[in-house]
Design a protein around this ligand. Structure first.
Ligand code: T46
Length: 135
């Protein structure tokens, strides 16, 4: 499984670091939605689903977490620890976010508007979905 991690070049000077996300440039798709999660409780696992169409870039703009990626055949755990790193998560990829450090803010850039019908929340259904797609 190929893990695609983007490194966004910070524009730093003596005042601060500044990171830019422009659609179709830094982010490889048109951004239809941005959301973030914060106040993540200790020990929680978020995600536990895949998407039929949605592509996303996950950026831990504060703190850190780990992301489990599962394409139905292989699993990888990717740490997100820098505010200038973005993890690309393709549509047909099971994802779980966990091990959130206290105070973590995880920001997500999404290629589509929110649509509950795009979610695959059952792991067996996900396996069937990727098997069908591979035929
Ligand atoms: C994903 C991972 C990385 C909305 O109303 N609009 C939205 O755009 C989103 C993202 C969520 N919601 C509602 C739906 C639920 O009632 O917010 C609640 C929490 O959503 P969810 O349980 O899906 O959150 P996560 O952290 O498990 O997953 C989210 C995204 O939903 C998902 O697409 O890939 O972050």
């Amino acid at each position: 499984m190929q893990v695609i991690k983007y490194v966004f070049q910070p524009h730093g000077d003596e005042r601060a670091q500044l990171v830019v996300f422009e659609e179709q440039k830094d982010i490889p798709f048109a951004i239809k939605r941005v959301y973030f999660m914060y106040d993540t409780a200790q020990g929680v696992v978020r995600g536990k689903h895949a998407h039929k169409n949605l592509e996303q870039i996950l950026v831990c703009i504060h703190g850190s977490c780990k992301v489990l990626l599962d394409n139905g055949k292989e699993r990888k755990i990717v740490p997100l620890e820098k505010p200038y790193e973005g993890l690309y998560v393709a549509n047909d990829m099971w994802r779980e976010m966990f091990d959130f450090a206290p105070g973590t803010v995880l920001m997500v850039f999404a290629s589509e508007y929110y649509d509950e019908t795009d979610y695959i929340r059952n792991y067996d259904e996900f396996l069937k979905f990727v098997e069908e797609k591979a035929k």
